[in-house]
Design a protein around this ligand. Structure first.
Ligand code: CS2
Length: 494
């Protein structure tokens, strides 16, 4: 019978004969970072950087306690608890090389729905210096139309009345910060690692809006004491699949309940703005800068928007993965034309970065055949992504009389995608979007009212009123509905 080894602390020495394991003594590490939202991305990015720093023996005080606030976090909680916080990160190179290693920087995990007090205790502990977040755009609880905090959320209403029984990240942050203030402890930094523009500023604005309603003096203390660095985060991390579990088992005999796979590329640019100290992340390649804006704009508008271009057009064409799109020359040429003709002209210069090389490297990263990033992951929550990643580019080009056709086709295709929910071969598409109901309803009116989809102001602002855009959009959307061949349409534009 094949010998299998369960991934846990007790088996590390044995596992170390198979793949790299933490070289540091995990038992000596103190929790310095409490992280809310332990998804694949956190495990491939911040937890990896923290692990690297520990490997260099310069981070004893910075290990991570993972926190899940939602019932949906129970699975990752249970897996990581069973594995003493350990997991395998499988880096997949474009040439086929696969590098698995065991990451040890998460040393504890707590689930808010089961142990509210324990979560607050660790957040309020004097050793905790940073609370970091990957809670996705939706977790910030703002109204997409106004950009203001959404007080109508029933969980928020509950927390305002019951500060001792928090439910959302805001209830937890204010309750923990109150404990710290009352105990005379320094505030922690709130470090957003979400893929949103000015992530720190957004976290600050939302938390202060909430805190001002809950407890004005506390809000004033937070305003004075808590730093919210903005950051740009980057590493393509596809959804883990059962084949990753099987790979570890079949190749090494390692049983890991939830490994993470990712590309070799990694980047983190952070504003050096911390309330209470920070790890020496620069030792492991993190860039600290005074202003992250040009970096995040470049990344969100080229990488993330580029992903959406491939994902949405690819989905209705019938491509299943981003690398499949990149094996299709029409998609490669289209992507590059979008980046060169529509994005580059409206980007500000980024010090030290050659934009052409950056775009070349994006093409290589997207083409990595081993990552198999599904178009359904990329298209998921497009209603939160496109208004931030793609539409500003379109608007700026309309103002500056630049090209808009490549972005416009994506919006026309997105309408069709939501309406039909099918690819060219009649296979149904997996649509994951908090607004999927509204999107479908608006898209379904297209045949009788061609502007219905783009009249959704929370997504498109007043774009529908712009003649240049709306005429082009209507022409494109009609062709998609008539011919149903997106690739031909893309080709005709190149
Ligand atoms: C993707 C991102 O889902 C998406 O929109 O573009 O998750 C992307 O993979 C990461 O931002 C890469 O850093």
């Amino acid at each position: 019978m094949k010998n299998t080894i369960l991934l846990n602390q007790g088996n590390l020495a044995q596992l170390g004969k198979l793949i790299p394991v933490p070289a540091y003594n995990r038992k000596e590490q103190k929790v310095g970072i409490v992280h809310i939202g332990v998804g694949g991305f956190h495990r491939a990015h911040q937890a990896y950087y923290t692990h690297k720093l520990m490997e260099s023996f310069s981070a004893e005080d910075w290990s991570i306690c993972g926190i899940g606030l939602r019932e949906g976090d129970r699975k990752i909680h249970d897996v990581l608890k069973k594995q003493d916080g350990l997991y395998t990160l499988i880096v997949k190179h474009p040439d086929g090389k696969i590098e698995p290693q065991i990451i040890g920087s998460i040393i504890d995990f707590k689930l808010g729905v089961d142990e509210t007090e324990a979560v607050l205790d660790i957040m309020a502990d004097s050793d905790t210096k940073i609370v970091s977040l990957t809670i996705t755009e939706g977790g910030y609880n703002f109204n997409p139309t106004t950009g203001e905090f959404d007080f109508s959320n029933p969980d928020i209403q509950h927390e305002l009345k019951n500060p001792d029984s928090p439910k959302t990240v805001y209830g937890y942050l204010t309750a923990a910060l109150k404990r710290r203030r009352d105990a005379g402890l320094a505030a922690f930094t709130i470090m957003s690692c979400d893929n949103i523009q000015h992530n720190g500023d957004v976290a600050r604005k939302m938390l202060l809006a909430f805190a001002r309603k809950q407890d004005m003096p506390l809000a004033e203390w937070i305003e004075k004491e808590v730093c919210f660095p903005n950051s740009m985060v980057d590493r393509i991390t596809p959804v883990s699949s059962p084949s990753d579990i099987d790979y570890l088992d079949n190749t090494y005999g390692i049983k890991d309940g939830w490994p993470v796979t990712c590309e070799p590329f990694i980047q983190w640019v952070v504003e050096d703005n911390f309330s209470n100290g920070r790890p020496d992340y620069e030792k492991v390649g993190v860039q600290f800068v005074p202003d992250v804006k040009p970096y995040e704009e470049m990344k969100l508008r080229l990488l993330n928007a580029g992903h959406s271009v491939l994902g949405i057009l690819g989905a209705i064409h019938g491509h299943k993965t981003i690398n499949a799109c990149m094996e299709d020359q029409t998609f490669v040429t289209y992507l590059r034309a979008f980046m060169d003709k529509e994005v580059s002209p409206v980007l500000q210069e980024v010090k030290g970065i050659d934009l052409n090389k950056y775009k070349d490297s994006l093409q290589e990263r997207f083409a990595n055949p081993n990552i198999k990033d599904s178009v359904s992951r990329i298209c998921s929550e497009s209603s939160a992504k496109l208004p931030k990643f793609l539409i500003p580019t379109l608007q700026e080009n309309l103002e500056g009389k630049g090209s808009i056709k490549f972005a416009t086709l994506v919006i026309a295709a997105w309408c069709y995608y939501n309406d039909m929910g099918l690819d060219k071969n009649g296979q149904s598409l997996e649509i994951i979007d908090a607004m999927s109901g509204e999107l479908k309803q608006a898209a379904q009116q297209t045949k009788t009212d061609p502007l219905a989809f783009i009249r959704q102001e929370s997504l498109f602002g007043d774009l529908a009123k712009n003649k240049q855009f709306s005429e082009l959009y209507v022409d494109m959307v009609q062709k998609i509905y008539e011919k149903g061949d997106i690739k031909k349409q893309m080709l005709s534009m190149l």
